[in-house]
Design a protein around this ligand. Structure first.
Ligand code: PMP
Length: 432
């Protein structure tokens, strides 16, 4: 592993850090457990976000991919009929709830959002878009233009003209002390003001994550997007829900994250978990938006037979095992178990929906974000055999997005480790 660490400078931009003082090389996995190259096994509470939505090495997905590989036709472009693509598209279109929906497959979330933004800006004939503060939608020329998180905005030269709305900044001085209803009213007033003063008269779309992933699993109050949508509808502005982290039942209370707000968007984007490790993403959108593009748009690898085999098997698994219900049930074991941590002065918040949960670490004296405490918890959790993620504008939110198949027993094991390590880190910080 240490040799690999030394050679890693050839792979990534130098500014991008790896997790942990001594980074982990994942070598093999099964279910919610993963083993590193040095032989340590961990309970993985982060793999659900990274890709393995069902956990590691799910036989049904592996076998579907192997069957497709054995047929020999592994990559074809969308210029041919691909059975798996048609079947998966039909299912996603049905699951989306979007009327007359069509699906375009990509290889990543970035490309999916790029495609959705292309559809919306083309349909509305403008580069004016609305996005959310603290958002992340990808690393490409277009998607970086709707990313409202400086830590991830690697360029300001996007061709899109973005205006940022409030969603998860409840703690901003202007909103402190407001009820949810008052906050939503203030956000809607702000949207109206942005549309009246900041944008050109024609605006293409709002793109938003129902729960902000990279942003530290930050959540707008339920109902905010319904209130926004009413205003958008008055002007025909389209709504794109980025479901890359929130789709497929992750939030427990709804199959799509945006369902928690009672909204059916004009387009949704998805990626990450859908292939349970295989690269697959896409957009599901109103058919008229899809059909309005004037020229050919194909993707060589998007919707290829292997990706479709993985995606089809993953969707089957999610539905047959009712993993949305599992996310709700097992998620509540975690969140109810972790909530007492808010009594500690180093814990700013414990929040989440289903199996998408965050614990925010703050300075015990000032209440300011404390990324070093989050890092300390991560390191200690790793020593105890638990992997969690990190995120948020200030990198102080511990993120948990375990496999949707997580058992209550595994949830309790991870919860107990977290209770111990957060309490230990708190003890040291409070003493310091
Ligand atoms: N949207 C969201 C909400 C994401 O979390 C991410 C990835 N972190 C993306 C888009 C980009 O996806 P990808 O890395 O597959 O391009």
């Amino acid at each position: 592993m240490s040799d690999l660490r030394a050679r890693h400078h050839a792979v990534m931009p130098s500014w991008l850090s790896l997790y942990y003082d001594s980074p982990i090389e994942l070598a093999s996995g099964k279910g919610a457990r993963v083993t590193d190259a040095d032989g340590h096994t961990y309970l993985d509470f982060f793999c659900g976000i990274v890709t393995t939505m069902l956990g590691y090495d799910v036989a049904e997905v592996r076998e579907a991919v192997e069957r497709q590989l054995a047929r020999g036709v592994v990559h074809t472009s969308t210029l041919y009929l691909i059975r798996g693509q048609v079947e998966v598209a039909e299912r996603i279109a049905r699951l989306s709830g979007i009327p007359d929906a069509k699906v375009f497959f990509t290889n990543s979330g970035t490309e999916a959002n790029e495609t959705a933004l292309l559809l919306a800006t083309h349909a509305r004939g403008t580069d004016q878009v609305l996005a959310m503060r603290n958002s992340y939608h990808g690393r490409s020329y277009g998607t970086i233009g709707v990313t409202g998180n400086r830590g991830w905005k690697n360029s300001s030269l996007s061709p899109l003209n973005a205006h940022y709305l409030h969603g998860t900044d409840r703690d901003a001085p202007a909103f402190r002390g407001m009820s949810d209803a008052e906050y939503i009213d203030a956000c809607v007033a702000d949207l109206r003001d942005v549309l009246a003063t900041a944008t050109a008269p024609n605006v293409a779309c709002l793109i938003a994550e129902p729960v902000q992933g990279v942003g530290g699993f930050a959540m707008a109050p339920d109902g905010l997007f319904a209130a926004y949508k009413e205003v958008l509808d008055e002007q025909g502005i389209l709504f794109i829900s980025d479901e890359v982290q929130t789709g497929w039942g992750r939030t427990g209370s709804s199959f799509w994250g945006i369902g928690n707000h009672g909204v059916t968007p004009d387009a949704m984007t998805f990626a990450k978990g859908l292939g349970n490790g295989f690269a697959v993403g896409g957009v599901v959108a109103r058919g008229d938006l899809m059909d309005a593009l004037p020229a050919k748009g194909v993707s060589t690898f998007g919707g290829n037979p292997i990706a479709m085999a993985a995606a089809g098997a993953t969707i089957d698994y999610v539905l047959e095992h009712d993993l949305q219900a599992n996310a709700a049930r097992v998620g509540s074991v975690l969140i109810d178990g972790l909530r007492p941590l808010t009594d500690l002065s180093t814990v700013g918040a414990v929040r989440g929906k289903g199996l998408m949960l965050a614990v925010e670490m703050v300075d015990p004296g000032t209440g300011a974000p404390a990324p070093s405490l989050a890092t300390a918890v991560m390191e200690r959790a790793r020593e105890r055999g638990l992997l969690v993620g990190k995120g948020g504008l200030h990198d102080n939110a511990l993120r948990m997005s375990p496999p949707l198949t997580l058992t209550a027993e595994d949830a309790r094991e991870g919860r107990d480790i977290l209770l111990d390590v957060v309490t230990a880190v708190h003890g040291e910080a409070a003493k310091a």
